[in-house]
Design a protein. Structure first.
Length: 123
């Protein structure tokens, strides 16, 4: 998982370096999930965004990755990101289990009931 700040173009430029490093270090195909973080800072009309969403989508698609925008502060899309990451791990899903809504995984289940209140990641 590679995370960059959607309000900071230089952080997006680093994504390309990190993707190249991941591809260089992995001796087998590995999942690349790129997260555009800090969408909570956008004004709803794209104001504050320094990296156009379509630019990010196009780049991540070109390297065979998955792109998600999120807010760690608000907790937006955080669970979705971890579902994507976990589902990309080889041998983690139990194909015989019918619990497809949350994804039944060998050894653990994601559980909404353990989530804290405010959505903030750090306190």
């Amino acid at each position: 998982m590679i995370v960059y700040d959607v309000t900071n173009n230089s952080s997006f430029l680093k994504v390309k370096e990190w993707v190249a490093e991941v591809k260089e270090k992995c001796d087998r195909p590995c999942a690349i999930v790129v997260v555009g973080n800090k969408v909570d800072l956008l004004d709803g009309k794209g104001g504050g965004r320094c990296v156009a969403q379509d630019v990010a989508w196009d780049y991540v698609a070109s390297v065979g990755g998955v792109y998600v925008e999120a807010s760690a502060k608000d907790g937006d899309a955080i669970e979705e990101i971890f579902q994507i990451v976990v589902s990309s791990l080889p041998g983690i899903y139990d194909e015989d289990d019918d619990d497809s809504e949350m994804g039944s995984m060998r050894g653990f289940k994601l559980n909404h009931s353990n989530r804290g209140g405010g959505g903030a990641c750090c306190r």
